[in-house]
Design a protein around this ligand. Sequence first.
Ligand code: F6P
Ligand code: MG
Length: 440
Amino acid sequence: MATVPVSLAGSFQGSFAYFTIKDRLPQILTRVIDTLHRHKNEFFEEHGEKGIEAEKNAISILSKLRNELQTDKPLVPLDDKLPDVPLWNQYLEYQQNLLDGNEQPSWFQSPWLYVECYMYRRIHEALVHNPPIDDYDVFKEAKVHSFFESQQAIIALCTYLQELLKNIEDLDEKQLQEEFFKLLQVSLWGNKCDLSISAGEDNSQKASPLKLLDNLKTFILVDDMESIWSLLINSKKRRTSKDVTRVDIVLDNAGYELITDLILADFLLSSKLVTEIHFHGKCIPWYVSDTTKQDFNWTIKQLQSANNRWMSRCGMNWEGSIKKGVLVYHDHMFWTLPHEFCSMAQVATDLYTELQKSHLIIFKGDLNYRKLTGDRKWEFTVPFHQALNKFHPAPLCSLRTLKSDVQVGLKPGQGEQFVTSEPDWMICGKYGVVQFDASL
Ligand code: F6P
Ligand code: MG
């Protein structure tokens, strides 16, 4: 196997990984503790003294976890009963084996991707150990808040889509392509709104998303929209009435970003560019704002019951598409493991086989990009295909705003130019990529 560069890690002093582990992750833990504390009365009302006791225990486990992180303690095996525990613990052993005999994997010394995922899994473990509050989503409140904060932008998108659907049958190929590019970019920039980069602070979409697109175009560093369009339009032209064209969307954040993904999905189905959309979400609360099944269902319900008629029409239509089986929601524990995607074929063969049925997989967001590229210190000009390290279930693309210091597939000099002019270009969420890889 060709050699791959080292993983990003907190051991690189001054790096974004270092800053994240030192400051951002403890802040997120503090917010989680605070959320539990603020909901104490609710736990009491629902479960009596048992609820209060569980809240106290969970808080004490989480405070201990924050201390382990801040003092760079060794990572310990997971010990709840969930089915992913053996995989997590094997991964810890694997990390251990990469080190010299007397060293142990720890928060600042191990790969950043691993320890950051590990923190979210340990938060979940703290809850799992404490029934009756074991299925409480500590990030739900923040996700709901960000959904409501983005109301105006959501209304603008739902209205636009419903107007577009009125005469979608009459659009010629060029017009269809223009609409596709628009909604693909809306979904790309929807990824600015995640609550992990802001350490849980509100980060919602306030401005009207469609009006911003022209101004944002110059911030797309890799633009493979034409290739994605060719794939879709050619498959539409070749399709016979029995054929299926399937697009998979590996979701990222709930709230506004999820709406942009649903809007894109509806457009793809309504324009008959595709016949099936498969969404993939997380099984447990993850990276603050990532979408779980509960978030997905809640979002559709919110839209259905909204006062705005375009929003409710969207909600009704999506519910209908789910019932018809043309919009399908999946989750799989692989998405909340620390593994790079190049190990999916071995670690989660069933998921890999499922994704092989797709004509195009769209990976949303920064964390998915980190896992696609292994979160390594790649040179900026390394081809995307090479960084994928043989991960290729189907043609795939990444729609991602840059919020961590890994980026591949740039033109010579493109990245270097930013390094001097805009030192935080990779972490500020201002830039984005639409990056495609077709080859097997
Ligand atoms: O904290 C690490 C990180 O991966 C950031 O790089 C990014 O801001 C965030 O978490 C997740 O972003 P996204 O929601 O786009 O995956
Ligand atoms: Mg996210």
